[in-house]
Design a protein around this ligand. Structure first.
Ligand code: GLN
Length: 456
């Protein structure tokens, strides 16, 4: 813990709680002493980790990276946190993130940036930037994250770690502070697919407190790391697996270093027995405007609960109720959050709803349909996670549209609700990490983890 605290010049942690961690560690020791570690489900007892500060926790403050929730204490634990606690993990604290998970660089946190440990002049990606930094810097072996439009996959790619965002509905959203409810999904960021499988098994599964939770029994993803496939051999464990390469994921604008690392990863998959096939996701480019209409629309509604009455911050001086709302929200929200509330309110307003929101919903369905077309020809889809390696700090802040455009490869899978991963495959400019994105059809987390594990 001293090490975690002193390494915090990387800005990974927003809160470290030695006393709470020690109590949990002692409880884990007692469970291990009883031999529970050897029993099924015992593998995570005593394993340290940390949670993205978008998951509410009873024993530590939760801020969502926002001044709006400074010092906020939740009366309950998020389901994901609760399940990982029950599995015996020891949470060391809460991890930095973009305010309400809006961003791609962790530069929208009200509590300062998190830095890429490979080059502290660079961003770690976002919005789960603190999670990525903490795992990449080896402050914790694993961390929770959330992915609405790429926030697990992109920071995992930027910091050279492995991240998985499961199918929408596989992890409960109960106690996960909502950004865009139809897209938000919890997941894991860790050093390997093997570790991701272990954690995902513990934190996923049906939860009656989340109306969109999938009614499926909890799965053992670790058991799926080694899948028996016809014709597979020890040297070629992926024999028979068809991996689709959408031509739209390899545009001319893709930077050469990323292209090269991704191609090397694909060649590796081929060596492991996988067959690479060409597929098309023709509406890839439309995913950007569609996402940046739907996500702000949902955010503007979700964030209306921060009114100075029910939660967190309230302005100190005000004239009347309306003035209190205005001042509270003006003070509590940062620039990016305000921008999204304005965009969201606009696209949902009378007269513009049909022109923007409804059109975006229709295109969202078509994007999802395109994936089903592609999955007729392949088992998994592969491509880059982001068009470049981690960019320099400060580069995205002046031009939000530029940052939005960089989400192009992660947004389509998010809009379709598909599971996705980022697996490190090499380095690009400046020796910075590059991740390969793998996308699966609904509930194919096991196949994703299997392919990623074979690569590692
Ligand atoms: N970068 C995207 C955004 O800013 C995705 C964020 C996320 O997945 N939480 O909305």
């Amino acid at each position: 813990l001293a090490c975690v605290a002193s390494a915090n010049d990387l800005g990974a942690f927003l809160h470290v709680d030695p006393a709470a961690a020690e109590a949990r560690a002692r409880a884990a020791d007692a469970r291990l002493a009883r031999g529970e570690g050897e029993q099924p489900g015992g593998a995570l007892i005593g394993v340290p980790l940390a949670h993205k500060d978008i998951f509410v926790t009873q024993d530590m403050p939760t801020t969502a990276g926002s001044l709006m929730l400074k010092g906020y204490m939740s009366p309950f634990d998020a389901t994901v946190v609760d399940r990982l606690n029950a599995a015996g993990t020891v949470s060391l604290g809460k991890l930095n993130c973009d305010e309400f998970a809006m961003g791609s660089a962790n530069e929208n946190s009200a509590y300062g940036p998190s830095l890429n440990p490979w080059d502290t002049q660079r961003v770690p990606g976002g919005s789960s930037g603190g999670s990525a930094t903490a795992v990449a810097a080896r402050l914790v072996p694993a961390a929770t994250g959330t992915d609405t439009g790429g926030s697990i996959r992109q920071p995992a790619s930027f910091t050279g770690i492995t991240g998985i965002k499961p199918t929408y509905g596989v992890c409960s959203r109960y106690g996960m502070i909502a950004f865009a409810s139809s897209l938000d999904q919890a997941g894991v960021m860790a050093r390997s697919a093997e570790d991701c499988a272990l954690l995902l098994s513990a934190m996923s599964g049906f939860d009656e407190r989340d109306a969109t939770s999938v009614q499926q029994p909890a799965q053992d993803f670790s058991a799926q790391l080694h899948q028996a496939r016809e014709g597979a051999t020890a040297a070629q464990p992926l024999k028979g697996l068809r991996i689709g390469l959408p031509r739209e994921f390899f545009p001319a604008a893709l930077s050469a270093d990323v292209n090269q690392a991704v191609r090397a990863g694909l060649a590796e998959l081929e060596k492991l027995g996988a067959a690479l096939v060409d597929v098309s996701l023709p509406r890839t480019e439309l995913a950007i405007p569609v996402y940046y209409i739907i996500a702000p629309a949902e955010a503007s509604s979700n964030l209306s609960r921060f009114d100075g009455v029910k939660f967190g911050h309230r302005a100190e001086q005000y004239n009347d109720l309306l003035d209190m709302y205005k001042k509270t929200r003006a003070q509590g929200f940062g620039a990016e959050v305000k921008r999204r509330i304005m965009i969201g309110s606009y696209v949902l307003s009378h007269g513009y709803y049909d022109a923007y929101y409804l059109q975006a919903q229709k295109l969202r369905r078509m994007i999802a349909d395109d994936f089903q077309q592609a999955f007729q020809h392949c088992d998994l889809i592969a491509g880059p996670v982001a068009p470049t390696v981690a960019w320099k700090r400060g580069e995205g802040s002046d031009d939000p549209v530029k940052a939005y455009l960089a989400d192009i490869f992660t947004l389509p899978g998010s809009l379709a609700g598909l599971p996705g991963m980022s697996v490190p495959v090499g380095t690009g400019e400046g020796g910075l990490p590059v991740g390969l994105q793998l996308l699966g059809n609904y509930f194919k987390e096991g196949t994703l983890l299997h392919a990623a594990h074979a690569l590692q």
